[in-house]
Design a protein around this ligand. Structure first.
Ligand code: ZN
Length: 298
């Protein structure tokens, strides 16, 4: 068995870092939890985007022609994240809507709220076996404020801008405003026509963009590739792009160095995080970003 890519920090060390970050008020704190999972901490409140913190897909596809071989260490068990105020799921694929992550997470933190695309309500409540009234459903163009976070729904194309019979998006991204910060979590998406015009008005400070690309021969829905992620970040004027959706499964990954090269070539500000690693920033005036400690270079 191949060695797993080690987490930057995990388990108790990660939880201690999340706790310690509270002592830096005025900073936005971001942790990458692997795949599309990110934790935001703002003024002591916690928002979790698209967590996948189990091995459900590896077990499900073991022995099939599409094995989901894990590449990197899991950073924390979901039931240990008891501080979460708000969770999002961008779409119904298991790496973004995992019952083995979300059920223990909501059991351990029963006050956490849950934002999903409204189009997915029946599917989500069936998969999680939760009260159909529990999730907060959003469509594109809609906004909800929860626990100090204001969340705007934007479309995602995975691979198409798919809508249900009532015209509601099945794949979404979310732009979250936390104090002065504007943070874009793309979900899984290609670059659709007009995407940059949807995003520019939000003056995105931090964009979490997938980089694993579109590989139809692998029979998986596609994402931005490294060049597109770097270019989209530049075109929307993002203050920082943090890449995601790689180093989880061997069959569907990308070398983050390809993104680093493209971002450098295009002049896109970026930061590559390792699983469990924190980025902290402070916004003093306008869109100035000032990195706070402790950050290791990748
Ligand atoms: Zn995905």
């Amino acid at each position: 068995m191949k060695q797993l890519i080690p987490a930057f920090q995990k388990d108790q060390a990660l939880l201690a870092d999340i706790e310690a970050a509270r002592l830096q008020p005025g900073h936005l704190h971001v942790w990458w939890l692997g795949q599309s999972g990110f934790l935001l901490q703002w003024e002591g409140r916690h928002l979790l985007f698209d967590p996948y913190l189990s091995d459900s897909l590896t077990r499900k596809y073991a022995g099939t022609d599409k094995p989901h071989v894990r590449m990197s260490e899991r950073v924390v068990a979901p039931e240990r994240l008891t501080m979460i105020d708000l969770v999002t799921s961008s779409h119904n694929h298991t790496d973004h809507l995992d019952a083995e992550t979300l059920q223990p997470l909501f059991a351990a933190g029963p006050t956490a709220q849950f934002i999903i695309p409204e189009a997915n309500r029946a599917f989500v409540t069936e998969r999680l076996r939760c009260d159909p009234a529990f999730p907060l459903g959003l469509n594109d163009g809609q906004t909800v404020s929860v626990a100090g976070f204001t969340v705007h729904g934007v479309p995602a194309a995975h691979n198409a801008l798919e809508r249900d019979e009532q015209g509601r998006c099945r794949f979404m991204g979310f732009v979250v405003q936390a104090g002065p910060w504007s943070v874009y979590h793309s979900g899984d998406t290609l670059w659709y026509d007009g995407m940059e015009d949807v995003l520019k008005p939000f003056a995105v400070d931090i964009a979490f963009l997938p980089i694993n690309g579109n590989k139809p021969e692998r029979r998986v829905a596609g994402n931005l590739n490294p060049e597109e992620a770097a270019r989209l970040g530049r075109v929307i004027g993002a203050g920082l792009v943090i890449p995601h959706h790689y180093h989880l499964f061997e069959f569907n990954t990308e070398d983050p160095e390809h993104f680093v090269r493209e971002a450098g070539r295009q002049g896109t500000p970026y930061r590559v995080l390792r699983p469990g690693e924190r980025w902290s920033g402070r916004k003093d005036s306008g869109r100035t970003l000032e990195n706070g400690p402790p950050i290791a270079e990748y």
